[in-house]
Design a protein around this ligand. Structure first.
Ligand SMILES: Cc1cc2nc3c(=O)[nH]c(=O)nc-3n(C[C@H](O)[C@H](O)[C@H](O)COP(=O)(O)OP(=O)(O)OC[C@H]3O[C@@H](n4cnc5c(N)ncnc54)[C@H](O)[C@@H]3O)c2cc1C
Length: 348
């Protein structure tokens, strides 16, 4: 066998799709027939992703306006109009399309858990089911029937609780939302559920719960692209933007980067593939490492700094970059050296 892929979620099915066209002998392990893992179904689309969304017919809606709250206080309202790179997709449909193309290109799918079997190239794409549980938080989403602007998104950051609530549209005619949240130290499903339902009561007024689902999300692991003979992509590689919980784009991008690295080199030359994969992934590694640091910082220092006050004082450009996942370390330096931000920062 040339390639073994453990897990056919976002990253695994993307790499299976990309590599299956090239005639490799590929075996994938995926215990679930249909992908139905909890998700906000949001993707920040690059050109590649957009193409996949179009081909798979998984487009749902394209949010353009964003209300960002910190501890329930409105910090910024952003209208990205036609420049919005946010898409809400039917992730199950996207993954089914990718798996079906890979299958028709001849890959073998074993409907079982991966138990460590290796090939010339072995890829761990098990998402939050790979790695150490202590680096994860529990995140839950509800699909609720209600009235909602299908182009509007709410993000409500809770730095003291180390997490956030979100409300995303879940259709394009304003009748359903995807609402959820996740917080450090809340592993009790009952407690998390009641917090989210309470939040929904405040924000939506009347609603009807259609579906509820939870999953772990890795927000603390350091990135790893290759270890002990195994390549890692997506969440198993530690590529999630912790401060927003964004993991779909990093999963798709890392899968595409590893596929490109394999295609460019001899598959037996693991060293070269690894080097190329690392090079191509630089931006996404930087983004997720930075996001992890910012997430830990806002949580840790919310005990000594009035983080809500600081964050609600942040300029609009900062939030625009946050929404577009373009925040960089230099932006924090720019903020930290702004006397207006610093003045209102420390608790009396
Ligand atoms: C509630 C919630 C909401 C989220 N909302 C968003 C959002 O709106 N936007 C966003 O960008 N990100 C979001 N994320 C994060 C995003 O869903 C993940 O980061 C993304 O799915 C990671 O993709 P992946 O391919 O790494 O893993 P996954 O998509 O999780 O795929 C892992 C696959 O591995 C399979 N698997 C598990 N164990 C084994 C095993 N032992 N052997 C073989 N296969 C196995 C699973 O069945 C699954 O198919 C959310 C996460 C949660 C929990």
């Amino acid at each position: 066998m040339d390639i073994i892929i453990a897990g056919l979620g976002v990253s695994g099915s993307t790499i299976a799709y990309k590599l299956s066209e090239k005639g490799f002998r590929i075996k994938a392990f995926e215990p679930l027939k249909r992908y139905n893992k909890a998700c906000g179904e949001q993707v920040t689309a690059t050109d590649d992703t957009l193409q996949l969304i179009k081909k798979s017919g998984s487009y749902v809606t394209r949010p353009k306006t964003f209300s960002i709250f910190v501890d329930g206080i409105l910090a910024s309202y952003i209208n990205l109009g036609g420049s919005s790179s946010w898409y809400i997709v039917n992730k199950g449909k996207l993954i089914e399309y990718l798996r079906n193309v890979a299958k028709s290109n001849g890959i073998t799918i074993k409907k079982e858990l991966w138990k460590g079997e290796k090939a010339t190239i072995t890829i761990d794409a098990r998402g939050p089911f790979s790695g150490n549980i202590k680096n994860k938080i529990l995140v839950k989403r509800y699909i609720m029937r209600t009235e909602w602007d299908p182009e509007h998104v709410v993000l409500d950051l809770r730095p003291r609780q180390g997490g956030l609530y979100w409300i995303f549209p879940s259709d394009d005619d304003g009748k359903k939302v995807n609402i959820g949240g996740g917080f450090i130290n809340i592993w009790d499903d009952k407690r998390l559920s009641s917090l989210i339902v309470e939040y929904a009561s405040k924000k939506l007024g009347s609603f009807e719960i259609i579906d509820a689902r939870a999953s772990p999300l890795d927000v603390f692991s350091n990135y790893r692209l290759y270890q002990n003979g195994v390549f890692y992509i997506g969440e198993s590689a530690g590529l999630v933007l912790s401060i927003s919980g964004e993991g779909n784009r990093p999963a798709i991008e890392s899968a595409i980067f590893l596929a490109e690295s394999i295609l460019k080199n001899d598959i037996n030359n693991i060293g070269k593939i690894n080097k190329e994969y690392l090079k191509l992934s630089k931006d996404i590694i930087d983004e997720s490492s930075f996001s992890r640091k910012l997430f830990s910082f806002t949580y840790r220092y919310s005990k000594t700094i009035d983080m809500a006050k600081l964050m609600t004082n942040l300029p609009k450009w900062f939030w625009e970059k946050y929404i577009l996942a373009k925040l960089k370390f230099g932006d924090i330096i720019k903020i930290a050296s702004n006397p207006y931000v610093i003045k209102g920062l420390i608790k009396p």
